[in-house]
Design a protein. Structure first.
Length: 212
C-alpha cells in the first residue's frame, strides 16, 4: 500500500444496521475506504484472504458458526494478513483475552467516538496496538495481579459452568476429559479463594473475568 493510497476496510458484523453505521462513519474519514462487508465470521475469513484488505473491523458475536475470535485467528494466521480491529459491546476478560490472543491488533467498544474509531484504524494499519481505555485498564490489571488471572482454558471452563453445564458436559463441549475439567476448576478455586462452583462463578463475574 503506497503512502497516499486509502486504507481498505472490511466490515464484519451480522447486524446490517451496525455495518451501515460503521460505513457511514468511516467513509467520511480521509484516507479510509470501505471495500467489503461480511455478515458471518466465515465470510470474513474468506473475504480477508482476497488480498485487497488492509484492516478488518470484526465483531465478536455472530449467530451460530465461527465467532469473531476464531475468525481473527484464521485471518491473522495467513502471511501478509490484514490487521484486525475488534469492535464489540463486550469488554470482559472472557471476550478481550481470546480476541487479543487470536491476533487482534485493536479492540474497541461500539460506543467509541467516531474519531477514536478512525484513529484506531490508522493505528492498526501502521502495525501498532489500539485498545479502548477500559480494555487497556483490564489488561494492565491482569498483568499486575497474575495470581487472580484465569487462563483462556480456565475461562472457557468456568463460562460453561456458569451456563449450568456439568463437568461431564463441559468436558464433552471442550473435547477434554472430565478429570481435566476438574483440574481446571481446582486451579480456578485456588486462584479465586473459593471452594464451590457457585462461589467461583460469582467471584469471577464480580472481577469481570467472565461475562454472564
Amino acid at each position: 500500500m503506497s503512502d497516499d493510497a486509502p486504507i481498505r476496510l472490511l466490515l464484519a458484523d451480522d447486524h446490517p444496521v451496525v455495518r451501515a453505521g460503521l460505513r457511514a462513519v468511516l467513509e467520511t474519514e480521509p484516507g479510509l475506504a470501505v471495500v467489503a462487508e461480511a455478515a458471518t465470521a466465515e465470510e470474513a475469513v474468506v473475504r480477508a484472504a482476497a488480498g485487497d484488505i488492509d484492516v478488518v473491523l470484526m465483531d465478536l458475536q455472530f449467530k451460530g458458526g465461527m465467532n469473531g475470535a476464531e475468525a481473527t485467528a484464521a485471518i491473522t494466521a495467513r502471511p501478509g494478513a490484514p490487521r484486525v480491529v475488534v469492535v464489540t459491546t463486550y469488554d470482559s476478560d472472557a471476550d478481550t483475552l481470546p480476541a487479543i490472543e487470536a491476533g487482534a491488533t485493536g479492540y474497541l467498544l461500539k460506543d467509541a467516538r467516531p474519531e477514536d474509531l478512525a484513529a484506531a484504524v490508522h493505528t492498526a494499519a501502521a502495525g501498532r496496538t489500539a485498545l479502548a481505555p477500559a480494555v487497556a485498564d483490564r489488561l494492565l490489571h491482569r498483568l499486575r495481579t497474575p495470581g487472580t488471572s484465569l487462563t483462556r482454558r480456565e475461562t472457557e471452563v468456568l463460562t460453561l459452568v456458569a451456563e449450568g453445564l456439568s463437568n461431564l458436559a463441559v468436558a464433552r463441549r471442550l473435547h477434554l476429559t472430565e478429570g481435566t475439567v476438574k483440574s481446571h476448576l481446582a486451579r480456578v478455586y485456588a486462584k479465586l479463594g473459593v471452594d464451590s462452583r457457585t462461589a467461583a462463578v460469582a467471584a469471577a463475574t464480580d472481577l469481570g473475568l467472565i461475562r454472564r
